[in-house]
Write a protein that binds this ligand. Structure first.
Ligand code: 5AD
Ligand code: SF4
Length: 476
C-alpha cells in the first residue's frame, strides 16, 4: 500500500492521499538537550514508515534524539517514494524547504533515504546540491559512518542492494505510535516484476526475515500494550524463511499462526497479498484464528485480462475472480480491498469498462486508485508506449473513484444492524466524547464513549448508521 503524501494516524491513513508527509518524533522526549537531533519525514508505503522506525533506532544508538522541529535538527532526513512521478515531485518540493532551513543552521545535514535515493543514486547529489547523504533502503546500518563522513565535508552515498539485509535484529523505535497499532516488517524486496512497477529496482530481491525475531517483536509490542500488528511486505504470501540449522521452512500461513499465538488479544493484519500467491492455508489461518483479521488487500490493478498480461501480473480476470470467490467461500465475512491503475499503456475504453465492472463485482471494502505513471527503467517503460493521454487517464480514474464511492455506501449499509468487535484506537477526530476504532474487516467505527474503556480495549459495537467511509454505532 502506497501513498505519495501520507499521514499516519492508523494504517488507513498511510494510504490516504493527503498533502502532508509525516513527521516522526511526536512521542519522543528529548531527554538530553546537548544530544544531536534528527528530524525525519516519511512518504510512500507502510514499509517506508516501518523503515523510518529502523532508521530512528539506528540513530538513537549513536546518540541522536528525534525532534519534530526541523529548524532545531542537526540532521534532516526524508524517506522517499518513487512509485509515481507525483511522489518524487513532492520530495523535490520538500527538499526546497529543507534547504532553506539548512542554510540558516550551520553544520546541519540533509539526507535522502528510500526508493528515490536508490533510483537516482549519485545523480541526486548532482541535482540537489544541498543534499549530503543518499542512502538506499538496504544501507541504513551505514548511516552513522556516512553521517561522520558528511560532518567532515564528505558527501555520502550508499545504495548497495543486499540479498540478505532484513534488519532482523534491530528493534524499531516506535516514534509515531498511538500505542495500539504497530507495523512489523517481515520481508523486503519484490521478485514479481509487474511491468509498471519500480519497486523491484529500488528495493531489490525478495528476502524473508528470521521468524524468531518477528515473534519476539510481536511479543514485545504486546507486552508494551500494543494490540494490533500489521505484518508488512511487498508480497507477504511469498514469505519463506529457512532455519539455517534445522533447514525447517516457515511459510506465511505458519508465520501468521505463530504471531496470532503470541496472545489472543493481539490482532494480526498483513499487507500486501499477490493474488497469484495467497494460499488456502492463509485463508484457513484467518478462518480458524479469531485474532487474524478478516481483511485481505488483494490488488487487481485492472479488470481486463489483456491489460493484466501486459502488466505481467501473471493471472487473468477469471483466475482473480476464482480467488475472490474462494476467499468468500472460506471466510464469508471477509473484507477485500484492491489497488487499481487506470490508463495503462494501450488501455481502450472497453478495457476500462472491465475495470469498472470488477469493482462492482468484487465488492471491495476499500480501493486505492491511481492513474498510470510511467517509471523510468521499468519493463513497461522499455517495452510499451505510454499512449493513453493524461486527461483520459484522469477521467478514467475519476470514473473509478466515483463508482467505488457509490459502491462504498451500499457495501457499508449492509453492516447496519450488525454487532462488530472493535479495537479502540483513540478519540474520534471530531469529538473527544467519541472513540474511533476498527473492526476485524478494517472498517473504521465511530461510537460514543461509555464506561472506563480506553484505547487498546475491545468493545462490541452495534452499527446504526454508515456512509461510504465509516460506520457509526453504540457500545452494546
Ligand atoms: N503508476 C501508477 N500506479 C502504480 N502503482 C505501482 N506502480 C505504479 C505506476 N507506475 C500502484 C499499484 C500498486 C500500488 C502500490 O501502486 O496499484 O499496487
Ligand atoms: Fe510492484 Fe508488483 Fe512487486 Fe507490488 S508485486 S511491489 S506492484 S512489482
Amino acid at each position: 500500500m502506497y501513498d505519495d503524501n501520507p499521514t499516519i494516524k492508523g494504517l488507513s491513513k498511510v494510504i490516504d492521499e493527503t498533502k502532508q508527509g509525516q513527521v516522526f518524533g511526536e512521542n519522543v522526549l528529548v531527554e538530553e538537550i546537548d544530544k544531536k537531533k534528527f528530524y525525519i519525514e516519511s512518504y510512500g508505503c507502510a514499509m517506508n514508515f516501518a523503515d523510518s522506525e529502523i532508521v530512528a533506532s539506528i540513530l538513537h544508538k549513536v546518540g541522536y534524539t528525534a525532534t519534530r522541529e526541523m529548524e532545531e535538527a542537526d540532521l534532516i532526513l526524508i524517506n522517499t517514494c518513487s512509485i509515481r512521478e507525483k511522489a518524487e515531485a513532492t520530495v523535490r518540493k520538500r527538499l526546497r524547504v529543507f534547504s532553506k532551513v539548512k542554510l540558516k543552521k550551520k553544520g546541519s545535514l540533509i539526507g535522502v533515504l528510500g526508493c528515490m535515493a536508490e533510483r537516482l543514486k549519485v545523480k541526486f547529489l548532482e541535482e540537489e546540491k544541498l543534499v549530503d547523504l543518499v542512502v538506499g533502503p538496504d544501507s541504513y546500518r551505514d548511516l552513522p559512518n556516512l553521517i561522520a563522513g558528511a560532518e567532515g565535508g564528505e558527501k555520502g552515498v550508499n545504495v548497495f542492494l543486499s540479498r540478505e539485509e532484513t534488519y532482523a535484529d534491530i528493534s524499531p523505535m516506535r516514534l509515531m505510535s498511538n500505542g495500539v497499532n504497530a507495523l512489523i516488517s517481515i520481508m523486503r524486496g519484490c521478485d514479481n516484476m509487474c511491468s509498471f512497477c519500480v519497486v523491484p529496482y529500488t528495493r531489490g530481491r525478495e528476502r524473508s526475515r528470521n521468524v524468531y525475531t518477528i515473534i519476539a517483536e510481536a511479543q514485545d509490542l504486546f507486552d508494551k500494550g500494543f494490540r494490533e500488528v500489521t505484518l508488512l511486505g511487498q508480497n507477504v504470501d511469498s514469505y519463506k524463511w529457512e532455519n539455517p540449522e534445522t533447514k525447517e521452512v516457515v511459510s506465511f500461513a505458519e508465520l501468521l499462526v505463530l504471531v496470532a499465538n503470541v496472545n489472543p488479544l493481539l490482532r494480526v493484519r498483513f499487507s500486501t497479498s499477490h493474488p497469484k500467491d495467497i494460499t488456502d492455508d492463509v485463508l484457513y489461518a484467518i478462518r480458524d484464528h479469531h485474532n487474524i483479521c478478516k481483511y485481505i488487500h488483494l490488488p487487481i490493478q485492472s479488470g481486463n485480462s489483456r491489460i493484466l498480461a501486459k502488466m505481467n501480473r501473471t493471472y487473468d480476470r477469471p483466475w482473480y475472480e476464482e480467488k475472490v470467490k474462494r476467499i468468500y467461500e472460506v471466510i464469508p465475512d471477509c473484507a477485500i480491498s484492491s489497488d487499481i491503475i487506470t490508463g495503462f499503456c494501450s488501455e481502450t475504453e472497453e478495457e476500462h469498462q472491465d475495470t469498472l465492472d470488477i469493482i462492482k463485482w468484487a465488492k471491495y471494502s476499500l480501493c486505492y486508485m491511481f492513474f498510470y505513471s510511467e517509471r523510468p527503467g521499468t519493463l513497461a517503460a522499455k517495452k510499451y508506449e505510454d499512449d493513453v493521454p493524461l486527461e483520459v487517464k484522469k477521467r478514467r480514474l475519476q470514473e473509478v473513484v466515483d463508482l467505488h464511492r457509490l459502491e462504498g455506501f451500499e457495501i457499508n449499509a449492509k453492516d447496519e444492524g450488525k454487532v462488530f468487535e472493535v479495537l479502540i484506537e483513540g478519540n474520534s477526530k471530531k469529538s473527544d466524547d467519541y472513540f474511533k476504532g476498527k473492526t476485524s474487516q478494517f472498517k473504521t467505527v465511530i461510537f460514543e464513549k461509555k464506561g472506563d474503556y480506553k484505547p487498546g480495549d475491545y468493545v462490541n459495537v452495534l452499527i446504526e448508521t454508515s456512509n461510504n467511509a465509516t460506520l457509526k454505532g453504540r457500545i452494546v
